[in-house]
Design a protein around this ligand. Structure first.
Ligand code: SF4
Length: 183
């Protein structure tokens, strides 16, 4: 039996990530990512890569965002479009349950798109250069319980198909969440 995990795109490809400037936070996430990947490889767990909606829609030079900014009908529809072929693959693996077991879906906690248990919210928007309260507005962003927009859509698509799978996010503050899926 081959075990399969569906993982957020940047679990396998960190080049897709928005440029981050908090090196301590990034180092902690990278350490957990490596620990998780090493364990998955050692255990022979297969990894299917989800799309990165932010890279596809906004590219490599994008600013960081909060989930309020992605909570639009168009962004949600685009997420569904990106996920539709992935969902077909998932259903095919599930249809052959003598060979395959899908053990879950891993997102990136804190991401406005791919967070599962935590996302990021804030009252962001407008022209950056014309604000004199920019530092205050940036500081208003906060981690919040709940999923990012793409993971919300993925969960809804799975529900529509009657599929129940464990979903959690890679989060350096709670490393046991992803590691426990590999047990
Ligand atoms: S949108 Fe998702 S896959 Fe893309 S960089 Fe952010 S967390 Fe990773």
């Amino acid at each position: 039996m081959q075990k399969i995990l569906f993982v957020a795109h940047c679990v396998l490809n960190t080049a897709s990530k928005v440029v981050m400037y908090n090196s301590e936070e990034m180092a902690a996430e990278e350490a957990l990512r490596r620990r998780f990947l090493t364990c998955a490889l050692e255990k022979g767990v297969q990894l299917v890569q989800l799309p990165c909606p932010e890279f596809l829609l906004y590219g490599s030079r994008r600013w960081g965002h909060v989930s309020d900014q992605f909570d639009t009908p168009y962004f949600r529809r685009e997420c569904r479009t990106m996920l539709s072929d992935i969902l077909l693959q998932l259903k095919e693996y599930r249809s052959n349950n003598e060979r395959f077991e899908i053990i879950g879906i891993i997102g990136i906690d804190g991401s406005p798109s791919c967070g599962v248990d935590y996302s990021c919210v804030g009252n962001w928007g407008g022209n950056l250069s014309d604000r004199d309260d920019l530092a205050e507005v940036i500081a208003s962003a906060r981690l919040t319980k709940g999923s990012g927009i793409m993971m919300q859509e993925l969960a809804a698509m799975l529900k529509e198909e009657g599929i129940h799978l464990p979903m959690t996010g890679l989060f350096a503050g709670e490393p046991e969440k992803v590691m426990s899926l590999l047990k």
